[in-house]
Design a protein around this ligand. Structure first.
Ligand code: SF4
Length: 214
């Protein structure tokens, strides 16, 4: 019978490796992060990082953004997907918040804003240094978690639920850590030989090792 993995313990090296790694969105404050997170849905972080400096020169805070119109935003954000709706959402959020000091830093408060779902709220809370209220499950985690064997399936909500059941809240940064692992090493073609998780990884121990034995 296969040995059951002690995930609260087995995940620690991964948490340690990526503990202080900043999100790839190159923001300078939480206002910028919130705007960039909204813009990054279905758009690469690279594109958002490229357009951000000019956008934030023109609209340096919530107050400035609250005075924007969709037409004044378009020239800055037209390279991102769905920019028409995103312009509407950004302006509505800014008009609701008005001042950077009123940015809501709770999962509930953030998910009430336009264009911010549960995953985005968890990313913002992490970067703001707030305790995790959920587990970040992005497309990288959907690939990495089942390979590791910490969760099954392809539905992000189900994967988040399984990880929350297995790990204590203090280890919920495992989502972002798996996301970083997915970007660096556990890519679509995984670089298992240099991966620190191979001693506990289900895919490595059941698939890769077998192939090597043949
Ligand atoms: S050992 Fe391979 S499959 Fe497992 S997490 Fe690492 S890179 Fe991914």
């Amino acid at each position: 019978m296969p040995v059951k993995t002690d995930w609260p313990k087995a995940i620690q090296p991964l948490l340690k490796k990526y503990k202080n790694t900043k999100h790839p969105l190159e923001y300078e404050n939480i206002y910028q992060l919130i705007v960039m997170v909204v813009l990054s849905a279905q758009t690469t972080d690279d594109i958002v990082n490229k357009i951000a400096p000019e956008l934030f020169r023109a609209f340096p805070n919530m107050n400035a953004l609250s005075g924007a119109t969709e037409e004044t935003l378009y020239p800055f954000i037209s390279k991102v997907r769905n920019f028409g709706n995103k312009a509407k959402w950004l302006i509505a959020n800014a008009q609701e918040i008005r001042d950077d000091k009123y940015i809501p830093l709770t999962h509930d408060g953030l998910t009430r804003l336009n264009g911010i779902g549960s995953k985005s709220a968890n990313v913002i809370l992490r970067e703001a240094g707030k305790p995790a209220e959920g587990v970040i499950v992005d497309l990288h985690v959907v690939r990495v978690a089942p390979r590791l064997g910490i969760a099954k399936g392809t539905d992000p909500k189900q994967i988040e639920r399984q990880i929350k059941e297995i790990l204590p809240p203090k280890s919920w940064d495992a989502g972002m850590a798996m996301s970083f692992l997915g970007r660096d090493i556990c890519r679509p073609t995984p670089l298992c030989e240099i991966c620190l998780m191979k001693p506990v990884c289900n895919y490595y121990n059941t698939v890769i090792k077998k192939v090597r034995k043949k």
